[in-house]
Design a protein around this ligand. Structure first.
Ligand SMILES: NC(=O)c1ccc[n+]([C@@H]2O[C@H](COP(=O)([O-])OP(=O)(O)OC[C@H]3O[C@@H](n4cnc5c(N)ncnc54)[C@H](O)[C@@H]3O)[C@@H](O)[C@H]2O)c1
Length: 310
C-alpha cells in the first residue's frame, strides 16, 4: 500500500535523477530541485533514457513522465511532498545545511532520507529543528534498477522515521535493509570493500590480472550471489549437515584463508596496474557502452528474479 504520493528529490545528479525515474515509474509525482543551472535538462534526459527499461520491468498504474516537475527554488519543490530523497554532494557540511533547509520547508512528519554512500546520519542531522525524521536511504547505482536500499538512523533519529522509510521503500518495490547501528560504509560497501581489498592485493602482487579477477567473480560466486547470499551458499556447501557441518569441516580452512588475506596499498604503481588492466578488459568499449551493457543485463536478471507477486 502506497501512502506517499509525491516525492521531493533534492540534488538531481547521477543518483537523484535515477531515483526520480524510479519513483515516476512507481506512479508517484516527483518534484525536483538542484542548484545547478539547467539541471532539469539532465534529469529529463536520464529519465527518458531509463523509461524503456522501466516500462519493460512494469510501470505502476498511473506512472507517467509528465508527473516529473523541476523547480528553481527548493521551497517550491518541497511543497506538499510526502517523502524527501536527498542526493546532494557527499560532504557532511553541505548535507547538514541542506537537511536544515529541507527541514524548514517540509511538515515535521515527512521523512527525509539521504542517499549518502558513507557518511553517518549523525554527522548531518544536527542542524535540523526536527532531526528525528532524518534517515539514511542508501541506494546502489543505478537506483532505478538496483533493488537494495540501506536504511538506518543517526543518534538523533527516532524509530518511527526508520519504520516509515522501511515501509515506503517496500511499498515502491525496493528491498530495504535495516541497519542495526551506524557503521562506516554501512553494510553493502563494507562487504564490497572486503572483497575488493583482496582483489587489489591479488592484482598488485601479480597472482592475477584485473580481467582474471572479474571473470572469477562473474562466472563463479557472483552468479549465485544474485539470488543467494554467502551464508546460504555455505549452508548448501555443508551437504545434509548444512551450515553447522560446513563450519565444522571447513571453518578452520576459512580461518587459515582469512589469515593469508592481503592488505594492499592503492599507491601509484598499483593504481596504474588496475587502470591498464581495465583498459585491456574493456576492449575499446566506452564507459557509456559499458553502462548500457550493464543496464541491459541487469534488466534481464531482474526479470528472471522477479517474484510472482511483483
Ligand atoms: N554515484 C554513486 O555510485 C552513488 C551510489 C549511491 C549513493 N551515492 C550518493 O548519492 C549522493 C549524490 O551522488 P551523485 O553520484 O549523484 O553525485 P553527483 O555529483 O552526480 O550529484 C550531486 C548533485 O548535487 C548538486 N548539488 C551541489 N551542491 C548542492 C547543494 N548545496 N544542495 C543540493 N544539491 C547540490 C549538484 O549540482 C549535483 O547535481 C552522494 O551522497 C553519494 O554518496 C552515490
Amino acid at each position: 500500500m502506497k501512502t506517499v504520493t509525491t516525492v521531493g528529490i533534492v540534488g538531481a545528479g547521477t543518483i537523484g535523477s535515477s531515483w526520480a525515474a524510479y519513483f515516476l515509474a512507481q506512479g508517484l509525482d516527483v518534484r525536483c530541485w538542484d542548484p545547478m543551472d539547467g539541471y532539469a535538462e539532465n534529469v529529463t534526459s536520464l529519465v527518458v533514457r531509463a523509461w524503456p527499461l522501466l516500462e519493460e520491468l512494469g510501470l505502476a498504474e498511473g506512472a507517467a513522465l509528465d508527473r516529473l516537475q523541476c523547480f528553481d527554488r527548493i521551497g517550491e519543490a518541497l511543497e506538499g511532498v510526502g517523502f524527501v530523497q536527498e542526493s546532494g554532494p557527499e560532504n557532511a557540511e553541505i548535507k547538514a545545511n541542506l537537511m536544515a533547509e529541507i527541514d524548514r520547508d517540509t511538515a515535521p512528519e515527512v521523512v527525509i532520507s539521504s542517499s549518502s554512500t558513507a557518511l553517518p546520519v549523525s554527522e548531518y542531522q544536527h542542524k535540523a529543528k526536527h532531526p528525528g525524521r532524518i534517515v539514511l536511504g542508501h541506494p546502489f547505482n543505478p537506483p532505478h534498477l538496483m533493488p537494495v536500499v540501506e536504511v538506518g538512523g543517526g543518534k538523533l533519529t527516532e524509530t518511527w522515521a526508520v519504520d516509515k522509510a522501511m515501509e515506503f521503500y517496500e511499498s515502491v518495490g525496493k528491498t530495504p535493509i535495516r541497519l542495526r547501528a551506524e557503521i562506516p560504509g554501512h553494510l553493502v560497501n563494507r562487504l564490497q570493500a572486503a572483497l575488493y581489498r583482496e582483489a587489489v592485493h591479488l592484482v598488485a602482487e601479480g597472482y592475477a590480472t584485473v580481467e582474471d579477477i572479474d571473470k572469477a567473480i562473474t562466472g563463479g560466486p557472483g552468479l549465485r550471489w544474485a539470488f543467494m547470499g554467502p551464508h546460504m551458499t555455505y549452508h548448501l556447501g555443508g551437504g545434509d549437515g548444512g551450515i553447522a557441518r560446513y563450519l565444522d569441516i571447513l571453518g578452520p580452512s576459512q580461518e587459515r584463508r582469512w589469515e593469508a588475506l592481503g592488505d594492499p596499498e592503492l599507491n601509484d604503481a598499483v593504481k596504474q596496474k588496475i587502470i591498464d588492466g581495465i583498459d585491456a578488459e574493456a576492449r575499446g568499449r566506452s564507459i557509456g557502452q559499458l553502462a548500457e551493457e550493464r543496464d541491459a543485463t541487469l534488466l534481464k536478471l531482474l526479470k528472471v528474479l522477479k517474484k510472482p507477486s511483483e
